[in-house]
Design a protein around this ligand. Structure first.
Ligand SMILES: Nc1nc2c(ncn2[C@@H]2O[C@H](COP(=O)(O)OP(=O)(O)OP(=O)(O)O)[C@@H](O)[C@H]2O)c(=O)[nH]1
Ligand SMILES: [Mg+2]
Length: 428
């Protein structure tokens, strides 16, 4: 059965199975390689200078929006992503090699949230948008870098820094031109299957569709638009009833809404009542959805009761109204695209400041938190007096000693910085 009017050629996206639109992901950037302690050995030189090379930087983990990735399925069962470590430095000033960055491809429209607070960190809207999800550890400096007039033979080097590791939450908000919304069982999936190559499940009971289906409609003049068949909405959806928020989320970014009302009066709601339920849910979820251009259409016209309805009517078996509805949608989509403010990908970059903060543990010991402070004591050999001297100098420069004093540290207190602990003495 072909719809009358323009023939509709179509292709489908692979949303049919395994659509996953939320997941947690663990990202681990590569560790930096350690710096090397080494001294030149040459036949004619009795005591060569330091020539330990630096460790290589680790790789970072990046999220990259990719239009060829359809869902977050890949992360559901395999949530760990790890970038390469840098390698260690070695003698003769040979530096370690850099770990390669890892690019993790996510669907367009992926929102990245803090795992605990659900604060939004990034919104990867367009193909190619990138966000650094885990920052690489820096390589440690080799002992050659610690040569000074006073320190002719540095016997220590820096350790590599740990790459950042964290859990993030990903939520996909589909990027479609048209979202089809309606109560359950009104013919949404049937509609998309008639006008595109999408093959959603269709059945005569509510909540047949449990995940959004995308279909691409190609008009005769070459105009293309992406339709999303959204699972049925019911009263209370905006408060989580039925399939609730999860699917309202996918309506959020649609340029145009196709509101389908069942002319065969599903569950005793006439078209007007259906419309008011739907608008109420959309508005309670996001008031701006009520401003979104919409086309209101009566479905199942062939078996319509005597319900009065003035708008466009469609019937899947007869093809009635399909091309008119597509024409109306295409016009609104075209207009919306023309006026669209290019959606910006918002990314919120974490300040990787060198701020140092001090906290106190229950056992009375102190803990110094901050990347630079941890780095200052990450030396290969802290039993070496020169190394200790260097670390102490760095901690003073960073204001750590002052901050400890202000916090009320006393002689004999234990102070932790990263993996390193020492006993505080005032003349430090
Ligand atoms: N007679 C007639 N039946 C239709 C028409 N469109 C859909 N149907 C039937 O209505 C029932 C529901 O159709 P679906 O397309 O699954 O409805 P839906 O809105 O996607 O339902 P949910 O996914 O459960 O929200 C199926 O039995 C379809 O065959 C139509 O135009 N005319
Ligand atoms: Mg359906």
């Amino acid at each position: 059965m072909k719809p009358d009017g323009p023939s509709i050629r179509a292709r489908s996206l692979s949303y049919v199975s395994g659509f996953v639109d939320e997941c947690n992901i663990n990202v681990k950037a590569g560790d930096g390689g350690a710096g090397c302690v080494s001294f030149r050995r040459e036949a004619h030189v009795s005591r060569g200078g330091p020539d330990g090379g630096d460790g290589g930087r680790g790789g970072s983990v990046w999220f990259v929006a990719d239009r060829n990735v359809a869902s977050l399925l890949a992360f559901r069962d395999h949530p760990h992503r790890k970038a390469e470590n840098g390698t260690h430095g070695s003698g003769q000033n040979r530096h370690g090699s850099r770990g390669e960055d890892l690019e993790v491809h996510v669907p367009e429209g992926t929102v990245v949230l803090d795992h605990e607070t659900h604060e939004q960190l990034a919104d990867l809207v367009h193909h190619g948008d990138r966000w650094e999800a885990a920052v690489a550890g820096q390589g440690g400096r080799g002992n050659a870098r610690f040569l000074t007039n006073r320190r002719r033979a540095p016997k220590f080097a820096e350790q590599g820094e740990h790459g950042e590791e964290r859990w993030l939450r990903l939520e996909l908000k589909l990027m479609a031109d048209v979202a089809i919304v309606g109560l359950p069982n009104v013919g949404k999936s049937t509609f998309i299957s008639r006008v595109s190559a999408a093959k959603p499940k269709i059945a005569d009971y509510p909540f047949t569709t449990l995940e959004p289906n995308l279909g691409v409609v190609k008009m005769d003049d070459g105009f293309e638009m992406v339709l999303a068949d959204i699972p049925g909405l019911i009263g209370g959806a905006s408060e989580g009833k039925g399939l609730g928020h999860r699917f309202l989320r996918h309506v959020e970014r649609a340029r145009v809404l196709l509101v389908l009302l069942d002319l065969a009066e599903w569950d005793g709601h006439n078209p007007d009542q259906q419309l008011s339920v739907l608008l109420h849910e959309l508005g309670s979820y996001r008031p701006e959805l009520l401003e979104r251009p919409r086309v209101v259409v009566g479905s199942r016209a062939d078996i319509a009761g005597d319900s009065r309805f003035d708008g466009l009517r469609v019937s899947a078996p007869t093809g009635e109204g399909l091309s008119e509805v597509l024409g109306a949608l295409a016009m609104l989509v075209d207009e919306a695209r023309a006026h669209a403010v290019p959606a910006k990908s918002t990314t919120i970059h974490r300040p990787i400041g060198d701020q140092v903060s001090i906290e106190r543990f229950d056992d009375g010991s102190w803990n110094v938190v901050g990347r630079a402070a941890v780095r200052a004591v990450s030396l290969s050999d802290l039993t070496d007096l020169q190394a200790l001297d260097y670390a102490r100098h760095q901690l003073r420069q960073l204001g750590v000693l002052k901050a400890l004093t202000r916090a009320g540290v006393a002689d004999g207190d234990i102070v932790h910085v990263g993996d390193f602990s020492f006993e505080y003495e005032e003349d430090l």
